[in-house]
Ligand binder design. Structure first.
Ligand code: FAD
Length: 442
């Protein structure tokens, strides 16, 4: 027997079993306006945007939400592009983030020699992105805020609770069913969550995408991204550095308190060795390879490693299902744009859904979902192609390839118009920009 319980607004998020589920029978159906699988940064931000606009939202995650606040959980830090900072301002999260956010005012991209002990550090800056060049569009804001994942998670958890989002965590979505009226998530413990619209925000290996029969294309790069946080002995002055070498790269992204988040990309075997090396050996290798350019860097915590690949879903929507974030597209972290694309999905989907709800439309209908897919399709594909092209252009050091990329990048650096367009596009400030990315509420 299925007993139906109508979910109510303003239910507290308790990190475990929500109140709505207490003392009920074996197989209840809980009803919402929107159900979201995955409380990563994309899913959580979407849940918040929809709940703040008055929708009744459930979010499910396989991990307990508080687990992610520990520094050992995920050492990544995000370069949150300015448009997405405006989105957090509109959602009321920016005040909690700001004390932990390091503004990025400059991004310097250099090409260095192949790594070798004692090799000269990469010096020649060939791409220079300066926030002053787009200050008319950003109101004097920086290019991005660097925010550590744990601080973003903490701010989002607090905001989700205040907005009355129903959290089911830890809980796994193990099945998706849809019919003409609704979509249903089946959880591992038999509970069923139903809504006119379901969202897959369950990451690059999305189970929901697979359950909906949506294929993807993509490949693995045979590379590992090793992430570490370091203290610097030289002031970083809000400058993010990206050094490229054939087959490998290092990003040094400024954090608060004179620290930096390093993303060191190497072929898989070398990446594993870096992640497993003793802290002393890692620091020595880092300082030997990048020392004079980076200053002396000292590890402040554990290292994390991530296999790198490209995944692009064949469709951004299915029957009563929308894909956001890495479930729709997962790209190489070389340009720090993966999550920013996900935040742009969130802003577009939230606007489409809230507008449809206010007009009395069926928010999970093909007509409504196609508006979202049309809005996001081109941008996602363009970033995937551009990032992949960049990775391939720096994948080898043959003289011809070096000469061609040197000429192309040199021309890009001299073209103020092109650089400005790249900065505005990466910042989510170019084209048909959703309201949240302009800092407006829904
Ligand atoms: C080394 C590295 C550095 C990066 N740096 C940047 C950067 O600076 N800027 C940037 O924009 N991007 C960056 N990215 C990309 C960024 O990490 C991803 O785009 C982002 O994490 C995707 O967020 P998401 O919410 O879509 O998915 P995820 O963060 O993968 O979250 C998915 C969630 O779904 C949950 N889940 C999965 N399956 C289920 C299920 N069956 N039931 C319930 N829950 C489930 C998981 O527990 C998880 O919490 C980087 C990536 C890497 C690897």
């Amino acid at each position: 027997m299925h007993i139906v319980i109508a979910a109510q607004r303003r239910r507290p998020l308790d990190g475990a079993r929500p109140e709505v589920d207490k003392g009920v029978m074996s197989d209840p159906i809980l009803r919402f306006d929107v159900v979201i699988a995955g409380a990563g940064p994309a899913g959580a931000t979407l849940a918040l945007a929809l709940a703040k606009a008055g929708l009744v939202v459930a979010i499910v995650d396989a991990e307990a939400l508080e687990t992610r606040l520990a520094p050992e959980f995920d050492g990544r830090a995000w370069a949150v592009a300015w448009g997405n900072v405006l989105q957090f301002k509109a959602l009321g999260v920016a005040d909690a983030l700001e004390p932990h956010a390091q503004p990025v005012t400059h991004i310097l991209v250099s090409e260095g020699p192949m790594p070798a002990a004692g090799a000269a550090p990469p010096r020649s800056v060939f791409l220079d992105f300066n926030s002053a060049e787009v200050s008319d569009e950003t109101g004097g804001g920086p290019l991005a805020w660097m925010v550590e994942n744990r601080h973003l998670r903490s701010a989002l958890n607090t905001a989700l609770e205040a907005a009355g989002v129903h959290a089911f965590a830890p809980a796994r979505v193990v099945g998706l069913e849809t019919d003409a009226r609704a979509a249903r998530f089946r959880l591992h413990d038999g509970r069923v969550l139903e809504a006119p619209l379901a969202v897959a925000a369950d990451g690059r290996n999305s189970r929901l995408r697979e359950a909906a029969g949506i294929g993807f294309h993509g490949w693995d790069y045979g590379q590992t991204g090793v992430v570490a946080t370091v203290e610097l002995d030289t002031p970083h002055q809000g400058v993010a550095h990206e050094y490229f070498m054939a087959g490998s790269a290092l990003a040094s992204l400024p954090l608060t308190d004179q620290r930096a988040s390093l993303v060191w990309v190497e072929p898989t075997a070398r990446g594993r060795a870096l992640a497993d090396a003793s802290p002393e050996a890692f620091e020595a290798h880092l300082n030997r390879r990048f020392g004079p350019a980076l200053g002396r860097a000292k590890l402040t915590g554990p290292r994390f490693s991530y296999p790198l690949g490209l995944r692009s879903a064949d469709a951004m929507v299915g029957a009563r299902l929308a894909l956001v974030g890495d479930a729709a597209h997962s790209i190489h972290p070389i340009a720090g744009q993966g999550l920013n694309l996900g935040f742009k999905d969130v802003a577009a989907l939230a606007e489409v859904v809230v507008d449809a709800q206010r007009l009395g439309e069926d928010i999970g209908s093909g007509l409504v979902l196609e508006r979202y897919a049309r809005w996001r399709r081109f941008d996602c594909a363009a970033f995937a192609v551009a990032t992949d092209g960049f990775v391939r252009a720096y994948g080898s050091d043959t003289p011809l390839l070096k000469a061609v990329r040197g000429a192309v990048v040199g021309a890009m650096n001299r073209s103020q118009g092109l650089k400005r367009a790249m900065m505005l596009n990466a910042g989510g400030l170019l084209g048909d920009v959703p309201k949240l990315l302009r800092g407006q509420t829904l």
